[in-house]
Structure formats: C-alpha cells, structure tokens
Design a protein around this ligand. Structure first.
Ligand code: PGA
Length: 258
C-alpha cells in the first residue's frame, strides 16, 4: 500500500531562533512544489525556536510541518524545565519525536515513559515519531531483535490500532547516529521490516501496512536514494544533514538519485 514518505529534520540542540529563521528561509528556496507533493517534510527545532519558525512557515505558507523533539506526558504542573504536549499543539506543532536514543541514553528515558508520551501526543492530536534502536554491543551480542521488539511492544502498550496506523516509528541504530556510519540499506530494511512485523503481531497486517517507518542515522543526500528505495523504509529522521538547507533538501530530493 502507498505510504507517503516523511522526511524529518531533527535539529537537536543546535541553532538559536535567528539562525533557525535563516535555515527555514534557505530551505524554502531549495524545495520545489514537486518535492512537497511527493514527500511530507517536518522540521524539529529546539523549543526556543518553535514560535519563530511557526511564524515564518505560516506567513510564507511553507508546506513544511512543524515538529518538536520531546514533550512531557503531563498537561501542566510542577515539572520544572518540562514542556507539555498542549503547549506544543498551541504552536501548531504536528509531529513530536519521543524516545530518541539521546533522551534514553543521556536522560534515562524508559519505555514506560516513552509510552506515556506517545499516548499524550496522540490525545493532543499530534503525531508521535517514536524512535527505537540498538547499541553496537546489543547488535554484536545478537540481542538486537529482542531489544527492538521490546521497545516497540512497551512503547505502544495500550495504544489503539487506528492510532498506531497513523503514527510514525523511527528505527535509528545508535551506532549509526552522528558517527558518519550509515547502516547499509539492507541492514536498515531488515530492521524496519522487523518493526513492521512486530506491529502486525501486536495488531494486524492493515495497521502494519499503514504505519510509516523512518530510518535514521547519518543519512546524507548520497545515501538517501538507496535507503528510500527499500520496501519498508518510508522516510528518514535526519540530524546532522538537516542543519544544512542544501543537504536536507538533497535528502528530500532523493528521487533524483534513484
Ligand atoms: P544523524 O542523527 O543524522 O546526525 O546521525 C539522526 C538522529 O539522531 O535523529
């Protein structure tokens, strides 16, 4: 079944709001109508940039969706330093990444917390991009599949099939993030298929056929065409290359390299 690709730029902790506006403007010039017709695009700036980026996207009617990198599962209260899903929704944020490996590894995020975030993002009428991925040690110890299945199973616990069908799951092998090492297209396809099969086991084939699965980890304009030609890869979650308008547009224009 046809799934429209989603290419997302995860800016991580980079670019202040002035720099963010410049990057969005450059990106707007680099993308054509054909690109946007063929591919959904989201950008995920730091929280402090969201309002500025929203204003530029809306004023110039740029067909790029606004995304966030994280949120808390509570709506409000004494959670110093946290941002709620409803605050993001008020800024017209459409996609929220949750469970990125940097949050899991550096900030101790658990599958249970990721699950609460997924549910809150859905309840707030935004789309979660739930990330999963294994370390090199887990891969070498033959624990990759069990780890991915557990992250998906626990991350989706209690989420209805119709909501899973509309969400996004990003497979990002931790050893390929920011390292310049991209998983081979075959490796990436194998695990993205595992993710889809896991969704089929937990729900049904229709849900598995509908969910969009991104690959992430050192994606560049040169590697995007082959990755995007894999049957179970429906998009990319891009860090480093998303900080350059030229490189991010090059990834979005992967069709030209196929
Ligand atoms: P990278 O980051 O493209 O710089 O490897 C991807 C990510 O962590 O989302």
């Amino acid at each position: 079944m046809a799934r429209k690709p989603l290419i997302s730029g995860n800016w991580k902790m980079n670019l202040n709001h002035f720099e963010a506006i410049q990057l969005v403007q450059k990106l707007t010039y680099a993308l054509t109508k054909d690109d946007i017709d063929a591919v959904d695009v989201s950008i995920h700036p730091p929280f402090t940039d969201l309002r500025s980026v929203q204003t530029v996207l809306e004023a110039d009617k740029v067909p790029i969706s606004l995304g966030a990198q994280n949120c808390h599962w509570e709506d409000k209260g004494a959670f110093t330093g946290e941002i709620s899903a409803s605050m993001l929704q008020k800024l017209n944020v459409s996609y929220v990444i949750c469970g990125h490996s940097e949050r899991r590894q550096m900030f101790g995020e658990t599958n249970e917390q990721v699950n609460k975030k997924v549910k809150t993002i859905i309840k707030t009428e935004m789309t979660p991009i739930m990330a999963c991925g294994e370390t090199l040690e887990q891969r070498e110890a033959g624990e990759m599949a069990a780890h991915i299945v557990a992250q998906i199973t626990e991350g989706l616990a209690g989420v209805k099939a119709e909501h899973v069908a509309a969400m996004v799951i990003a497979y990002e092998p931790i050893w390929a993030i920011g390292t310049g090492v991209t998983a081979t297209a075959g490796d990436a396809q194998e695990v993205c298929k595992l993710v889809r099969d896991t969704v089929a086991d937990l729900y049904n084939q229709g849900t598995a056929d509908a969910v969009r699965i991104q690959y992430g980890g050192s994606v560049k304009p040169s590697s995007a065409p082959e990755l995007m030609s894999q049957p179970d890869i429906d998009g990319a979650l891009i860090g480093g290359a998303a900080l350059s308008a030229e490189d991010f547009a090059g990834c979005i224009q992967y069709r030209l390299g196929q």
